[in-house]
Design a protein around this ligand. Structure first.
Ligand code: NAD
Length: 330
């Protein structure tokens, strides 16, 4: 029986994977703690581990996994910036992922964030919940006629560009590997990075986190942006230098930000910390701005996406066990 240890799991993971596993029959143990150097010891006796975005698959963890007999790391997500791929290859550990489970889920959440931010829905919701129907201070902006800058035009960037185009926005794109045929067909324009920052009213981030994209939104690039532009990030927190963003927000050099990800999210996200003292001053400051909206890495969280993630992850494991070619190998 193939044994798999699942890390950093919640009820929705268990529900989706239990259902998908009915047709595979793997022996799965679900742990609610993350996989990192302090917990890697728990992988003993398992053939594979299944991890998510904030598990830390460092070279130290990989060495423990390998000596515990683990052969496969199953990422139940698209991004793989949290895995030391070099160490995995050296230790002969295979890494698989779910490259696309529902780009629509993530893009639609980005749009939900954008509209919530620009139309001040959280403030309105809190007011009407207390029978306050005053609309002073809730003035928003039409998206129609504004310019959206899409940074990274892969699967999610495509969806986002097409949805925003539906609002009547002009679409500018940046990607080192531009899809020119798609852009031409849709009437979108690829521009250089600087133009994207300068001309966007809405900058939406959809590239992976790599050394090239780390802190792409920084003090300098924020200075290029319009003072009333907003930034949407459903990609990875590390794309934004959050301290620089705090500075720009404080000095009204940027119109707002709606974020599903945060560069230091691993210590906070996916947990209820409402009864504890927040130790991260940058996150605490971010939460004080009326023009900042944060969700806790939930863009993927739809029934469609969860079911696709479970199916693809377990199929990846099945292919590995049967020695088949791994189309989702990282
Ligand atoms: P994708 O691989 O289909 O597209 C990524 C695009 O980024 C590609 O077109 C690539 O050429 C481009 N890119 C690469 N380097 C770049 C650079 N230096 N500058 C600009 N663009 C660059 O990936 P996707 O499925 O669209 O996902 C995008 C990212 O979204 C993932 O890497 C992941 O980090 C994030 N994501 C977040 C959630 C969530 O729940 N918040 C869910 C899924 C994915």
């Amino acid at each position: 029986m193939v044994k798999v240890a699942f890390y950093d799991t919640r009820s929705y993971d268990k529900e989706a994977f239990c259902k998908a596993n009915e047709k595979f029959g793997f022996a799965i143990d679900y742990f609610d703690f993350k996989l990192d150097s302090t917990t890697a010891i728990t992988s003993k006796g398992y053939d594979a581990v299944c991890v998510f975005v904030n598990d830390e698959i460092s070279s130290e963890v990989i060495s423990t996994l390998a000596s515990n007999g683990v052969k496969l790391i199953i990422l139940r997500c698209a991004g793989f910036n949290n895995v030391d791929l070099h160490a995995a290859a050296e230790a002969n550990l295979t890494v698989v992922r779910v490259p696309a489970y529902s780009p629509h889920a993530v893009a639609e959440h980005g749009v939900a964030l954008l509209l919530s931010l620009t139309r001040r829905i959280p403030q309105a919701y809190l007011r009407t919940k207390t029978i306050n129907f005053n609309i002073e201070g809730l003035t928003g902006r039409d998206l129609y006629g504004l310019t959206a800058g899409v940074f990274g035009t892969g699967r999610i960037g495509h969806c986002m560009a097409e949805i925003l185009s539906g609002f009547g926005m002009k679409i500018l794109c940046y990607d080192p590997f531009p899809n020119k045929a798609w852009a031409e067909e849709k009437g979108f324009t690829y521009v250089d990075k600087e133009t994207l920052f300068r001309e966007s009213d809405v900058l939406t981030l959809h590239s992976p986190l790599t050394p090239e994209t780390k802190h792409v939104v920084n003090e300098e690039s924020l200075k290029l942006m319009k003072n009333d532009a907003v930034i949407i990030n459903t990609s990875r927190g590390g794309l934004i230098h959050t301290k620089a963003l705090v500075h720009a927000l404080k000095h009204k050099e940027i119109g707002g930000a709606a974020l599903d990800v945060y560069e230091e999210e691993a210590s906070f996200f996916f947990k209820d910390l409402s009864a504890t003292v927040i130790t991260d001053d940058v996150l605490a400051r971010m939460l004080t701005f009326p023009n900042v909206l944060i969700t806790g890495h939930q863009a993927f969280l739809t029934t469609t996406a969860l079911s696709n993630i479970a199916d693809v992850s377990l199929n990846n494991l099945k292919d590995f066990v049967e020695g088949k070619e791994l189309k989702n190998k990282v």
